[in-house]
Write a protein that binds this ligand. Sequence first.
Ligand code: AP5
Ligand code: MG
Length: 224
Amino acid sequence: MTSGIRLILLGKQGAGKGTQAVRIAQHYSVAHLSTGDLFRAAARGGAPAGLEAIAYMDRGELVPDDLVLRVVREQMLDGGLMDSGFVLDGFPRTLVQASALEEELAISGRPLDIAIDLEVPTEIVLDRIAGRRVCDDCGTTYHLTMPPKVNGVCDVCGGTVSQRDDDTEVAVMRRLELYETATMPILDFYREIDRLDEIDGLGTGDEVFARIVSAIDARLKTED
Ligand code: AP5
Ligand code: MG
């Protein structure tokens, strides 16, 4: 059965991809796959792929394409995501990755429904990242202005809430630079195949989510 939506979320570091991906996945009952969360979890568990990736991540560098593709293929194919649908958060991030995903989609016989680019100005993402706090166990995202109920303890799973290791000023500047050079070109890729919707990522989480849902539903309607 091929039913769930197939969506990728693009946007600068701190644009709100993770925050919105969780909500989209819940709303449309599909899996949420964040390559960043995947690597962080693998590194915490001591898996070789995770340990290799984390060395790049902590410096704000991109993880090499071959490693990313190996891990994503495993997750998508073994997890049955090609059939059940998905929200990809943080993948693809290079043209090589976007082409590899297109190949898998072509094999599966069903194209991507939509690529959403969450647009947020750099000065705002810097502020969001500086105040971000994340649960080490389940990845739930908080902000100094929206903290968990008990300081340092995740509302969802009781895990420890802390600052991400790659949210240092130097790593963040490098990540933003790489977004411009390596990831921005894939916006044109999705624009050319008429899959790209650019959405204003400013406003409350609810406001942004409402914009996303109406863009997705409009796409699904035209496919009917
Ligand atoms: P990843 O974990 O994906 O990090 P990222 O791309 O840097 O993006 P972020 O997670 O920082 O931002 P986000 O858009 O998810 O924002 P969030 O929702 O948290 O990747 C980390 C690293 O892994 C990469 O640098 C790379 O090394 C490696 N990697 C991963 N995938 C890779 C790939 N495909 N290829 C190669 N390398 C790869 O929100 C940020 C903050 O803002 C939070 O505090 C949140 O509460 C707050 N916030 C969210 N929405 C709003 C709102 N509407 N208003 C106010 N505050 C808000
Ligand atoms: Mg994220």
